[in-house]
Ligand binder design. Structure first.
Ligand code: SF4
Length: 361
């Protein structure tokens, strides 16, 4: 029986190297062929073996019979007036996920997805609204980076500097794939661990597992409410891992990793933006070395009437945190004109497709 095709981006870089070595050895090819393929994979972001022009064409064909490069098809690209670029990628079974390139003066950050949809149902999130479709394979996570790198080099003329697992899905609910993808990004593509952030709503077992990793990956927590009842309304995960359990895990993470932890706090008008909540946040974060990112809510008209808090309320919230010694910053929402928050583009495209279908377009 024929061996299944191996996704080179889905196995560890060490296993990819061993498989390529065995492949070339079986054909009496020189050792340096392995290095050539690795360069095409990890430095030149090749989309197909045909692009590997320093390999003879028969080897290109034979490589394609044994390995795949997990090409994603870009089905839609949205470019914001602020420079943010969002891609909708079609996977091999027709499912779609988003990734976003966010340029600033010093950085080019890629926000990538870890699942198709999400089962966790956060009330402020378009992805949560779809429900869960399936897990992404490690290669599908890494391929978002590889494909986006080509866009980055072409459109921005610079490489991606930072990666955040903040797109569709909860990374720690797809832990094995995420860990495998981290291995490839870090050891294959040589992205520094301090430049890779895993963002979670607070899945305690996953946080504890990340704490055991030797690499200093960054951890961000989607917090959004500092009190149990309010967080439960916004984020059903609070029922499984309530705030005291989450913060115990974070203290343990910090003891082991000695790394600052980031909190993401989306400010929704009249929902979670009262100064007393800033005081409560400061209370629960006491003793942790942390940084709070305050993010004005990005409205999702199709599913909610919530609006962003006013600039004055956001400023007051920030002040209260600062007065209590909690470092924080108000983040400018990026890509609002292209629905750049998690899951919004997929939702917008789905709505557009249904309208077109209804109108016979
Ligand atoms: S915020 Fe994250 S965890 Fe919550 S529903 Fe959206 S994708 Fe899932």
């Amino acid at each position: 029986m024929k061996e299944p095709i191996v996704e080179l981006l889905g196995i560890s870089p060490e296993d990819a190297r061993a498989s390529l070595r065995a492949f070339f050895k079986a054909r009496n090819e020189a050792e340096f062929r392995t290095k050539q393929v690795e360069e095409w994979l990890f430095d030149r972001h090749a989309r197909s073996f045909n692009e590997m022009t320093n390999l003879p064409s028969n080897l290109q064909v034979e490589l394609g019979n044994e390995f795949s490069l997990t090409e994603l098809e870009s089905t839609y690209v949205a470019r914001s007036s602020d420079g943010t670029v969002k891609h909708l990628w079609r996977l091999d079974d027709g499912e779609r996920v988003e990734s976003v390139l966010i340029p600033t003066k010093d950085r080019l950050t890629l926000c990538l997805s870890s699942q198709v949809g999400c089962a966790l149902g956060c009330q402020f999130c378009a992805t949560g609204h779809f429900g869960f479709r399936r897990q992404l394979r490690p290669a599908e996570i890494v391929a978002q980076y590889s494909n986006s790198s080509r866009v980055a080099l072409h459109d921005f003329e610079r490489p991606i500097t930072n990666i955040v697992y903040m797109g569709m899905g909860e990374p720690l609910a797809n832990l094995d794939s995420v860990i495998n993808s981290l291995n490839t990004l870090h050891r294959g593509f040589r992205k520094g661990a301090r430049r890779i952030t895993i963002s979670t709503v607070g899945l305690v077992p996953g946080i504890l597992k990340l704490a055991q990793r030797p690499e200093p990956f960054e951890l961000a927590i989607s917090l959004h409410a500092p009190l149990h009842e309010l967080r439960l309304e916004l984020m059903p995960i609070e029922k499984r891992y309530p705030l005291p359990d989450l913060f115990e895990a974070l203290r343990s993470f910090q003891r082991q990793k000695k790394r600052r932890i980031s909190f993401e706090y989306t400010l929704i008008d009249g929902v979670n933006d009262e100064p007393k909540l800033a005081r409560a946040l400061a209370d629960i974060a006491r003793g942790l070395t942390c940084f709070v990112n305050l993010i004005p809510f990005n409205p999702i008209p199709a599913i909610s009437e919530w609006r962003a808090s006013s600039p004055s309320k956001i400023a007051r919230f920030s002040e209260v945190l600062t007065e209590r010694g909690i470092q924080n910053a108000v983040r400018r929402p990026r890509g609002r004109d292209i629905a750049a928050a998690c899951g919004q583009l997929r939702l917008a495209r789905k709505a557009a497709v249904s309208v077109n279908k209804k109108e016979g377009l």
